[in-house]
Design a protein around this ligand. Sequence first.
Ligand code: SF4
Length: 349
Amino acid sequence: MAQNSEKQNLKDLTQAEIADLISSLGKERYRAGQIMRWLYRAGSSDLAEMTTLAKDFRSTLGNIARISSLKREKTAVSRDGTKKILFRLADGHLIESVLIPGRNHWTICVSTQAGCRMGCRFCFTGKGGLKRNLLPSEITDQIIQARKVTAEGEEIKNCVLMGMGEPLDNYDNTLKAIRIMSHEAGLGFGSRRVTISTCGIVPAIRQLSSDVSVNLAVSLNAPDDETRSGLMPVNRVYPLAELLRAVRDFQMPGRRMVTFEYILIDGINSSLNDARELCRLLKNIRCKINLIILNEFPASSFRKPPLEKVQAFQKILIDNHFTAILRESRGEDIMAACGQLGGGEDINF
Ligand code: SF4
């Protein structure tokens, strides 16, 4: 019998790959759908629970396959109801997910890497660099485990890949995780319910559009290359013109619009002139702009702009016929807000 570490983790496989595995054991391929439902609908972490499969087959499968589970270390609850969950990976690294309450459902923000190597200057996650990529199982399991901290009957309806890490810097594992999330026997999120957020890795944005149907959010944060390169090193490789060409070409489900995230930082990118430049830059792109007031974190020299400046910035966008939403920062008191996830190194666990 294979050692546990040598066994194939079923949660790292798509339905087609599970079908290949079980057919190599002489079992009907359609049973893969049953296994997926046990894993993702019932949340099974033990083959013995899969009672729609014959006992003998479960035992044969158990010789070559295993099921992993993330270890939930802590859950912090914010004054506004946002929950931040700290998970420990099998090798000891820590990652975080955030559950954001809506009127009658939850949105989950999941991590795709332990740490991040993109180095955005306003981001707490980026400070420690990249530790490693997450496996597909480690991405999807954040959702399975998060269901356990929501009340009976409360549904996690939307998933945003916007937690720790740059999803497109871990392309293959993220893609597989999205396929499992969107599969009807998997986590069952419709394609309109999954959003991938990127700092702007252009070739991967182009590839994604031909591989899978998801919503796209781009972390923009500046209206010109000089400011953006100063905030986000990725812009030196893929400048704005190239990025916006890829965004224009991106195919999204239905007639959904791309979302631009714009973190407002005092004295850097939040002047009225910056707002006018942004209007010029995004002219003719069907989009929605989420304005986010910087979430300050310890040891950062950046400061949030005063609210009147933020409102004046927003007004210019609206007067120029853009949908510009001032996003309420959720979970700021537990450092669960955008750019604040630190893998347990932050102070609020
Ligand atoms: Fe990485 Fe996103 Fe932070 Fe940039 S903002 S360093 S891409 S986690």
